[in-house]
Design a binder for this molecule. Sequence first.
Ligand SMILES: [Zn+2]
Length: 113
Amino acid sequence: MQQLWAPWRMQYIESDKSGPCVLCAKPAEGDDRRSYILERAEHSFVMMNIYPYSSGHLMVSPYAHVDRLAALDDATALDLTRTLGLMHPPRSGLFQKAKQGHSVVAVELIRRH
Ligand SMILES: [Zn+2]
């Protein structure tokens, strides 16, 4: 495959991202169902990516707005790792990325076909 075509992402790609950080704003709203938050821990949470490249894309994020995971304090790093362990199925891919300067671990669930 030379090019991944995911037209459902156009709404996100073309949207104004100058507003508040979504990874800070959504947990603070307190409506987890509406915000696609699946799990909460003391320092981290699991949220569905509503504009994924492929299905089964979750984000495990700290509540703390940091631009790199290495900047997390020890308690938050441990909590994030444990939350990630809850979501980490036998076949998945992990990568670190930042959305609006908020570092997050993205979990791609890999399905067997
Ligand atoms: Zn943030």
